[in-house]
Write a protein that binds this ligand. Structure first.
Ligand SMILES: Nc1ncnc2c1ncn2[C@@H]1O[C@H](COP(=O)(O)OP(=O)(O)OP(=O)(O)O)[C@@H](O)[C@H]1O
Ligand SMILES: [Mg+2]
Length: 400
């Protein structure tokens, strides 16, 4: 018997492609039926560089997720990543024709508020409705049926470079996948792990991946900022490889086992194999710590530059939530807490039933968020044309 309401979500990460097949239950909950991650080479900083190899990894992850679920899906919701992602804000108001707020009025005001892509090289990837005001009252969540004269909306459009999006679509097509929804990776990470209460209080989400770090800021329940920094955990690994003279796989192993940031210096030495694998070299542990700290300090400059774009005197009351594999670097959360004075924790995807253990790891936040976006998408679809590259459809995520 065919099962209905299945969604396929794909995250083409810099180090791994993850895929989820989930069933959307009548109550909106997602039940994970299949989940897989395949290591990928050929991606750099969230962008496709070697199409054949990336396509092979996508095919493998999707096949495994499908076969676990006993499904055969080839239409997918997909995350878009890279430091080319940017945001534009638009604003509009609509006078109500019928004296009450209807679903079509919400669509109309969002469409009118959608900013035109300022640069012909860019396209709108995702729209997020921000403030909604009914007769001047802000913060209304679901005004359908309300008696009013006019509604106003503010829309945040996430834009990206046409070439980056085209390359992603190309590898998906090579892998036999048709993208039916595109979402911005950092937004998906936030959807994967953040609760409404945190978004209301104010929260920073850092998705620390292999080649990128996504930065998202919410305040008063609204998305304030979204950006991507072109540094992730792979930079630490390659610094260790160069600094200590070893191949990347060894450097990665050393990082996972011994690397840490902040905290008191660990004395002693480490024995590492040199590049040709023949000789063993003794390295003071302090040297590893210096290498890691230097890269984390540079990363911090980029992340803080993103946070400075948000104007907030008191900082995020709900603190900082980190996702992605790089967030698991030993000592990172404590180091950031001390530096910023805000609570910092690892975020775990929530709102899933089924094969939830694996999908609850911070590294799956994006693919879970992509699946959630797909599950909620049917609620509001806007037709739109003429933004940058002509777009057939823009999906408006009302669940910002
Ligand atoms: N325990 C750990 N300590 C430190 N780093 C870790 C740990 N586990 C994973 N990582 C790092 O996490 C990174 C991969 O994270 P993730 O899977 O989130 O990246 P990705 O999604 O493939 O990349 P991106 O999001 O940048 O496109 C790697 O650099 C890996 O070394
Ligand atoms: Mg990632």
């Amino acid at each position: 018997m065919a099962r209905r309401n299945l969604v396929l979500a794909v995250d083409v990460g810099t180090t791994k492609v993850s895929a989820i097949v989930a069933q959307v239950r009548p109550d909106g909950e997602l039940a994970v039926l299949g989940i897989a991650a395949t290591p990928v080479v050929g991606m750099r900083r969230g962008l496709v560089f070697e199409p054949e190899r990336v396509a092979a990894a996508i095919r493998d992850a999707v096949n495994r997720a499908n076969s676990m679920a006993g499904a055969d899906l080839n239409q997918a919701a997909v995350g878009v990543n890279g430091d080319h992602l940017g945001v534009q804000v638009g604003h509009a108001q609509v006078v109500l024709k019928h004296g009450t707020v209807r679903e079509e009025d919400l669509k109309a005001v969002v469409q009118k508020a959608t900013p035109a892509a300022a640069d012909p090289e860019r396209q709108v990837i995702q729209l997020v409705r921000r403030a909604l005001a009914v007769d001047g009252f802000r913060g209304v969540v679901d005004p359908v049926g309300m008696v009013a004269r006019q509604i106003e909306a503010e829309v945040l459009a996430v834009t990206g470079l046409n070439t980056a999006v085209r390359n992603l679509k190309r590898v998906l097509s090579m892998a036999g996948i048709t993208p039916v929804l595109m979402v911005a990776n950092p937004k998906a990470a936030a959807d994967g792990v953040l609760g409404d209460d945190e978004r209301q209080l104010g929260v920073v989400l850092l998705d620390v991946g292999g080649g990128t770090t996504g930065v998202v800021v919410y305040r008063g329940g609204e998305l304030q900022h979204l950006g991507v920094v072109p540094i992730g955990g792979e930079a630490i690994t390659s610094d260790i490889a160069v600094g200590l003279g070893m191949v990347a796989t060894q450097a990665e192993r050393l990082k996972l086992e011994y690397a840490q940031v902040g905290g008191p210096p660990e004395g002693g030495t480490l024995e590492v194999r040199t590049v040709n694998g023949q000789a063993v070299k003794v390295v003071p542990r302090g040297q590893l710590e210096e290498i890691v700290q230097a890269r984390v300090d540079e990363w911090l400059q980029y992340v803080e530059a993103q946070l400075r774009r948000v104007d907030w005197p008191t900082g995020p009351a709900a603190g900082v939530v980190m996702t992605g594999g790089g967030a698991m670097l030993r000592g990172l959360a404590q180091f950031l807490e001390q530096r910023w004075g805000w609570p910092v924790r690892l975020g775990s995807p929530y709102g899933l039933a089924g094969l939830s253990d694996l999908s609850k790891s911070p590294g799956y936040a994006v693919v879970v968020g992509v699946a959630k976006a797909k599950a909620q998408e049917g609620l509001f679809v806007a037709e739109h044309e003429g933004l940058g590259e002509r777009l057939k459809k823009l999906w408006v995520n009302l669940f910002s």
